[in-house]
Ligand binder design. Structure first.
Ligand SMILES: [Zn+2]
Ligand SMILES: [Zn+2]
Length: 327
């Protein structure tokens, strides 16, 4: 973070040990005292809990961003991935994460822009010393979309998988260097599912509305901090409100602009006013807008105004992919 004199404003990120870091991204920031622009939020990994954005885009090929993915660091170890869309594998490499530290992948849903690089991750782990059980969480299936078990089967089944040659990693009967362990979250918008990852991380999920796609929002509770990932959702049933309560950080997907002319966009995604309503109702301390698309890029002023009708906390909009910049 930098103030108007270009001086570091580390207090926004380091005072409580919770950091938002954006390797490869610039951020246009509106804090309580006005607009701020950040050149690099990545210089420090001193916190206990850090969220690194590996991909802040959607499925478009013209947004200059990797698709949706977040890397969660705990005590300098990159322990969890939330989604792993196109381009995430490269940014994972650039993050400096040690693959051996990875415990779990949390999928929000099985749209391409949230999942596409997962097979690259699995194959890449072959070339490391990774020998653990990789827990891979995801929603359960419906008539149109696979659940996590069907997704893993479609990719890695010995007989029918697209990447059958990696099948041993998904077959508990076979010996292999590491195992993929799918964990299915039952579809419920009212009951929160909770799982422990190690002895210091709790992951919680609730089903959210995203058209006809089985979809989850995730909440991570680590060392006294709560981080909520909206995933893709219209939040029409307000399931996200429940999960986001008291979060130190809410990462909300900004894939529809206010009164978006696209009915599909409004059907699948939250408008900024809804994001602001949730952030205020849940008493979120910091709000980050991610999963930005061409229909929301360039609309930062109206987006901010719509959010500010309800939410006065700290707001960050991820505006560009720094990988495109010379620095
Ligand atoms: Zn998406
Ligand atoms: Zn989606």
């Amino acid at each position: 973070m930098a103030d108007s004199n270009g001086q570091s404003r580390n207090e926004l990120f380091t005072s409580d040990g919770l950091h938002v870091i954006e390797q490869g991204y610039k951020i246009w920031t509106q804090a309580v005292n006005g607009y701020l622009k950040s050149e690099n939020l990545l210089s420090s990994k001193t916190g206990q809990v850090l969220v690194q954005v590996l991909g802040s885009g959607g499925p478009e090929l013209t947004d200059g961003r990797a698709s949706s993915s977040y890397l969660v660091w705990v005590n300098h170890k990159a322990r969890l991935l939330v989604d792993f869309g196109s381009g995430a594998a490269l940014n994972y490499e650039k993050s400096g994460a040690l693959p051996d530290d990875l415990d779990a992948v949390l999928f929000s849903h099985f749209h391409v822009d949230h999942t596409n690089d997962f097979s690259a991750l699995v194959k890449g782990l072959w070339f490391t010393n990774y020998d653990k059980k990789l827990q891979v969480f995801g929603p359960s299936k419906n008539q149109e979309f696979p659940g996590i078990k069907e997704f893993i089967t479609a990719l890695f089944n010995h007989d029918s998988g697209a990447y059958a040659y990696l099948g041993d990693n998904a077959d508990p009967e076979q010996s292999s260097q590491f195992k993929i362990v799918p964990i299915e979250i039952a579809n419920s918008s009212s009951n929160i599912s909770s799982y422990a990852i190690g002895d210091d991380v709790m992951v919680k999920a609730v089903s959210v509305l995203h058209g006809t796609v089985p979809a989850l929002a995730w909440r991570l509770e680590i060392k006294g901090y709560a981080i909520t990932f909206s995933g893709d959702t219209s939040n029409e049933n307000r399931a996200l409100d429940l999960l986001a309560q008291g979060s130190d950080l809410l990462i909300a997907h900004n894939a529809a602009r206010e009164n978006d002319p696209s009915t599909v966009a409004r059907y699948l995604h939250m408008m900024p006013s809804e994001i602001g309503r949730i952030a205020a109702a849940a008493k979120v301390r910091r709000l980050v807008l991610s999963h930005r698309m061409n229909r929301t890029l360039g609309h930062e002023v109206e987006t901010t105004a719509a959010i500010r009708k309800n939410y006065q906390g700290v707001l960050y909009l991820i505006v560009t992919d720094r990988a495109d910049d010379s620095d």
